[in-house]
Design a protein around this ligand. Structure first.
Ligand code: FAD
Ligand code: FES
Length: 285
């Protein structure tokens, strides 16, 4: 799928991090922050393009770089957004950044969701936790081209109300009549009057019709496992289901061999795969 993403894409030199500046920081949840960044080179910023599902290597000089999905949509030309969960060295250093701080960025890397091939279909997006980062980008892109798709549905789950990311977007999506948007939290909570239940249960309750439908899911591995089972139960075939793999990356361009699973390199052949493609890989992902 990597060829789809590469066509016409204006990118940074794949191995040369470009200087960029943080222009805004949004506290999404107690351990997730979104960083809006702008390339220091105005020409690069103006010509930069990417597609939903692609990632960047965002870093801090002297600390290191890590892989993050671009969580803003391609139509957002003012900045690129990365939503980062604090897990270790690089992500903790990123969480210390404030507007005006410098970062490095190599992007876009990897392949994209083949949204052009989905035109005329219904698209069901199922996300949880930090898995909503690539899905926010995808969903906003689909909404930008809503007339091309038969129906857009998003089911987004978080553990508790405090763990819901992108709360402003969720509010807006909830107000758009043509969208079928559900937020659910795992169990009842005093601060929550909305839907409760684990994502796979809510998915089965909603029972979307698999006919002419593409399903996309990203989230914690345990959620993905049960969402895939639910989709199968509902009648979705492997080639109708897309997800992303979060295999650790280094070079991001197919050189170092850090991210391969059998013959596939997650950094260039992925991170987007169909379930059919994943089932053909050796059992180590
Ligand atoms: C294609 C892709 C897209 C990603 N998108 C996002 C995103 O949008 N937002 C986000 O917050 N994170 C994302 N990640 C994960 C992110 O890259 C890692 O969390 C990050 O590299 C951790 O860096 P660190 O230096 O803070 O952690 P480290 O100090 O290197 O590690 C901390 C702990 O996390 C584990 N860990 C680190 N990276 C991974 C990984 N990729 N898979 C499983 N365990 C890991 C380590 O084994 C260790 O236990 C993505 C990863 C990939 C490959
Ligand atoms: S990260 Fe180096 S080959 Fe994929």
């Amino acid at each position: 799928m990597s060829t789809i993403a590469r066509e016409g894409v204006k990118a940074t030199e794949p191995l040369r991090p470009e200087p960029a500046t943080v222009v805004d920081v949004i506290e999404e949840t107690p351990n997730i922050k979104s960083f809006r960044v702008v390339f220091d080179d105005p020409e690069l910023m103006q010509s930069f393009t990417f597609l939903p599902g692609q990632v960047g290597q965002l870093g801090i000089v002297g600390v290191g770089e890590s892989t993050f999905a671009i969580s803003s949509p391609p139509s957002e030309k003012e900045y690129l957004q990365f939503s980062v969960m604090k897990t270790g060295e690089v992500t903790s250093a990123l969480h210390e950044l404030t507007p005006g701080d410098k970062v490095s960025l190599r992007a876009p890397l990897g392949c994209a969701f083949p949204t052009d091939e989905w035109k005329g279909k219904k698209v069901l997006v199922v996300g949880g936790g930090i898995g909503m980062a690539p899905l926010r980008c995808l969903f906003m892109h689909l909404m930008d081209h809503q007339e091309d798709y038969q129906r857009l549905q998003l089911i987004y789950g978080a553990r508790t109300p405090r763990d819901i990311c992108f709360t402003n977007d969720c509010k807006l999506w909830g107000e758009v009549e043509e969208l079928d948007f559900i937020t659910t939290i795992d169990t009842e909570h005093p601060e929550w009057t909305g839907r409760t239940g684990l994502v796979p249960h809510v998915l089965e309750e909603e029972a979307p019709d698999p006919a002419n439908t593409i399903a996309v899911t990203c989230g914690p591995p345990i959620m993905i496992k049960y969402v895939l089972q639910s989709l199968e139960k509902l009648g979705f075939r492997d080639e109708q289901i897309f997800t992303t793999l979060e295999r650790r990356m280094k070079c991001g361009i197919g050189f170092c061999g850090r991210c391969n699973i059998g013959p596939k390199y997650v950094c260039v052949d992925g991170p987007v795969f169909t379930l059919k493609e994943l089932r053909e890989l050796p059992d180590e992902h």
